[in-house]
Design a protein. Sequence first.
Length: 211
Amino acid sequence: MDASEQTAFIKLLGEPVQKDYTRTHILPSLVIAQGILESGWGTSELTKSSNNLFGRRGTYNGKSVQRIDTEIGKEGERNDVVVTYRKYPTIAESIKDHIESLLTSEIKVNGKPVKRYQRVMDAKTYKDGALALKASGYAADIDYPQKLITIIEKYNLHEWDKIKFINHTVKHGDTVYRLASKYGTTAAQIKSWNQLNQNYTIFVGQKLRVK
């Protein structure tokens, strides 16, 4: 894969994750690096046969593919097993499903369900995020965090973590609906970004995120 193809692949993963960051709080660099590492830049057999970038098992909307994989047993023995993997109609849906899985996976702590990857969502740097993925049980490979960090730094993927917001200082005559129209978004989105009340109440001098 040449440099231009790598750039296109990075953009393919980075754009949707960055766009959705304010909802997910998952750093784009982490997901891009995961996709690169786990799919071999999109060249793996699993990616080619099912658009499955992240090796997610099971079925997706009833679709799957089966592969014979080698797994290591408790005594260190190697066993060939048939594994069912999700088959996606598009790469975009593979990315979306991966993100949703990180957001919704739960474990029980003291009998109560908690978000399994909460530490990943709380991470403010790609290094913390990579370590959080391993600590949360995402991968068995003890070198997994360092592999992600190496990829992120080699390809400057941390640049995707610089989320740029546009803020607006409320003036006389402003309403949430007028601001939504001005900045090409929706009133509901501005309400969500700024945790406004049900009446969309704003006041002069208030700083709002509008994009």
